[in-house]
Design a protein around this ligand. Structure first.
Ligand SMILES: NC(=O)c1ccc[n+]([C@@H]2O[C@H](COP(=O)([O-])OP(=O)(O)OC[C@H]3O[C@@H](n4cnc5c(N)ncnc54)[C@H](O)[C@@H]3O)[C@@H](O)[C@H]2O)c1
Length: 328
């Protein structure tokens, strides 16, 4: 049984807490949050203790930590957790600075503890199946990857201001997915960004509409398109074109029932947002983390994967601003 300390009891902390509640191989023994009421509420539902993050990280009874606090706090928590020998599951992004992520990875390496960057979309059952089909050469050699990712509506401006921008906050998931599906690191990147949804997002120095083209050394091309608003709901799709065929993962709807009548064909609405759309992925990634800590296997996505996605997000941010192609 893996004893886990949960740091951060907000949106994502509650998702991970719910997964741990249903597991037989791990349990959340302690939780911590800067807001005591948030910690109490989650602790009550998990039968866990409320602790300060310092006490939790120093507690020898805790084997692993789940870091679900705001991104700006990850750096210190990773250093403390590594120094105390804990296995670490860290929410994305690891940090908003590539240099600081490098320092986190050095601390993890020095301590020799397992570290996972929580790119949950790799664990989505459909996307994971699609990637396995690529790996099994079902469509031959990959030539073109298209990733579409659109939110139903933008977050509050206060969130935008501290998010690091659309490429580091939102597209980072798609940049990781691109690496996962291409099986190669991009060597070239070009990005475009616009503000078409809300002028306040532009005034905050960000874009709400963005596209990136990536190219690998062998010539594979990936296109990613992001919008902070889709009038029809949360939209997450992937298409991969290969030398012997095509793989496509459709958007996930609330059910698969289609109504056909004289007016045409009508399908269900999309899932509301990421918490519902990726519920299975969140469960699968935590199950994988617990199993991999127990087995001592190689952890993927690793800290290095977190770093490489961040390097791409930084290059995309720069390219969207200066219009230049970036060589990586
Ligand atoms: N993988 C995903 O799909 C996904 C989805 C949402 C959020 N995230 C990431 O998860 C992290 C948290 O996001 P969220 O949406 O849950 O935020 P949130 O604001 O809902 O929750 C964060 C919680 O951490 C608490 N907190 C702040 N500082 C703390 C500290 N030093 N120690 C302990 N608790 C502290 C806050 O009081 C809050 O309750 C971010 O890094 C975010 O990027 C990832």
């Amino acid at each position: 049984m893996l004893n886990i300390g949960l740091l951060g009891c907000g949106r994502i902390g509650q998702v991970h807490g719910a997964t741990l509640r249903g597991m037989t191989t791990a349990r959340a023994v302690a939780v911590s949050d800067a807001v005591p009421a948030a910690a109490q509420a989650l602790a009550g539902s998990l039968g866990a203790k409320v602790m300060s993050s310092d006490d939790l990280l120093a507690d020898p009874a805790i084997d692993a930590v789940v870091i679900g606090t705001p991104t700006t706090t990850h750096y210190d928590l990773i250093h403390q957790a590594a120094a105390n020998g804990k296995a670490i599951f860290c929410e994305k992004p690891v940090d908003l600075s590539v240099d600081r992520i490098g320092e986190c990875l050095a601390a993890v390496e020095k301590a020799g503890v397992p570290f996972m960057t929580a790119f949950n979309r790799r664990f989505d059952p459909n996307f994971a199946h699609l990637q396995r089909q690529i790996a099994d050469q079902v469509i031959g050699d990959v030539e073109l990857v298209t990733i579409l990712s659109r939110d139903p509506s933008p977050p509050p401006i206060s969130y935008i201001e501290t998010s690091g921008g659309i490429f580091r906050d939102m597209m980072i998931h798609d940049l990781d997915m691109a690496r996962f599906l291409l099986g190669e690191d991009p060597v070239e990147l070009h990005a475009s960004g616009s503000c078409l949804v809300d002028p306040a997002i532009g005034e905050a120095g960000d874009f709400d509409t963005a596209a990136v083209t990536l190219k690998t050394a062998s010539g594979k091309i990936c296109q990613i398109s992001n919008s902070r608003r889709a009038s029809y709901g949360y939209d997450q799709r992937i298409e991969v074109h290969g030398s012997k065929g095509l793989l496509r993962a459709e958007n996930q709807l609330q059910n698969t029932v289609e109504l056909a009548n004289e007016a045409g064909f009508k399908r269900a609405a999309t899932e509301p947002f990421f918490l519902e759309r990726y519920a299975a992925a969140y469960r699968a990634e935590m199950t994988y983390f617990v199993e991999t800590v127990a087995s001592g296997g190689v952890m993927t996505p690793s800290g290095e994967d977190g770093l490489k996605a961040q390097i791409l997000a930084d290059a995309a941010t720069a390219s969207a601003k200066d219009g230049q192609l970036k060589r990586l």
